[in-house]
Design a protein around this ligand. Structure first.
Ligand code: DGY
Length: 324
């Protein structure tokens, strides 16, 4: 009798036990180096597998699944899934899954870290000190902006936005305003301590703005020169969502010309390339898309993705459970 075990592709090296977990149920083709596979390479890998465990490095749409006649499920290791063309996958009968919830608090921590680092000029101070520029203590060295008592804005009020609101409101005594496609129920607003406002009002009223919205064609460059012009020149902008939400050249221009005080960025439009205009600035803190990168959270994300992949194939300890 022919081998009935499904075949799955693991597109990036993850944790040592990931392949072993899948191998208990499937034949696994595992990539052993971190790579952004091009379209042809992805198409070739998907052509003869039943499932795939992929990351944001892997862009999968019509071209990549054209020859994937037996593909049933793509499990994305990540909550954001703008790397997947979900309507195309759905039309082809392919289940797409992501890893919400397990990374919420870790990503909110990073958002807050970037906010603190940028507003209080921590990275800039560190660099300045190491360069030997600290001659004498001075009253006016590295004056930054307060978080406590300030107004925090959140654009996108899903799980991570709410986790940031809680930190701001309950932890730092901030007034929290948010804008979202739809308004939260009143009890949720109260629990996280946030009030709903329109987009323009959010931009103009807040002292700090954190971007946490999903990236879609509609919000491409939603933070552009016109939006930045509405913000306070003393404000800090933090982006932990996706790079394409911000017009990076307009942001660099605002930061150079004193129309925005500082920024903290974890995501970029053309990762892993970061624009030289941003790299040149001292008033921006840059991290390499590490929002969910704590060991415990990355392990949890991989576990959810493995479980989703197996469930999508009708295998594993959770066989029969609906996939996310
Ligand atoms: C996500 O989960 O979408 C992050 O950006 C990658 O960890």
């Amino acid at each position: 009798m022919a081998d009935q075990r499904p075949r799955v592709w693991v597109s990036q090296p993850l944790f040592d036990d990931t392949v072993a977990q899948l191998a208990a149920y499937c034949d696994v083709v595992a990539t052993d180096e971190v790579s952004a596979h091009d379209s042809a390479a992805i198409a070739a890998q998907l052509a003869d597998v039943d499932g795939a465990l992929v990351t944001l490095n892997d862009r999968i749409g019509a071209a990549e699944i054209a020859a994937a006649s037996q593909l049933k499920v793509i499990a994305n290791v990540g909550v954001g899934y703008n790397n997947l063309d979900v309507p195309v996958l759905s039309a082809a009968g392919i289940i797409a899954t992501n890893t919400p919830d397990v990374l919420t608090e870790t990503t909110a921590d990073l958002g807050f870290s970037l906010l603190m680092a940028a507003a209080r000029r921590i990275v800039e101070s560190d660099r300045w000190l190491r360069e030997g520029s600290w001659g004498q203590w001075s009253f006016t060295t590295m004056l930054g902006a307060d978080l406590h008592g300030s107004t925090l804005g959140i654009l996108g009020m899903g799980r991570i936005g709410q986790a940031i609101a809680r930190r701001g409101h309950h932890g730092f005594g901030m007034k929290v305003l948010y804008h979202n496609r739809s308004r939260l129920p009143q009890d949720v607003e109260q629990a996280v301590g946030a009030g709903y406002v329109g987009f323009d009002e959010l931009l103009s009223r807040v002292d700090h703005l954190v971007l946490v919205l999903p990236y879609t064609a509609q919000n491409h460059h939603i933070i552009n020169a016109a939006a930045l012009a509405k913000m306070k020149p003393t404000a800090t902008l933090v982006n932990i969502a996706r790079g394409g939400i911000v017009d990076e050249l307009a942001l660099a221009d605002a930061l150079v010309n004193g129309r925005l005080a500082s920024a903290g960025l974890d995501v970029y439009e053309n990762e892993p390339t970061v624009r030289p205009e941003l790299l040149a600035l001292r008033n921006v803190v840059l991290t390499p898309h590490i929002g969910s990168a704590s060991l415990a959270t990355r392990r949890a994300m991989v576990q959810v993705a493995v479980d989703n992949l197996l469930a999508g194939l009708g295998l594993g300890p959770d066989a029969g459970r609906p996939a996310n």
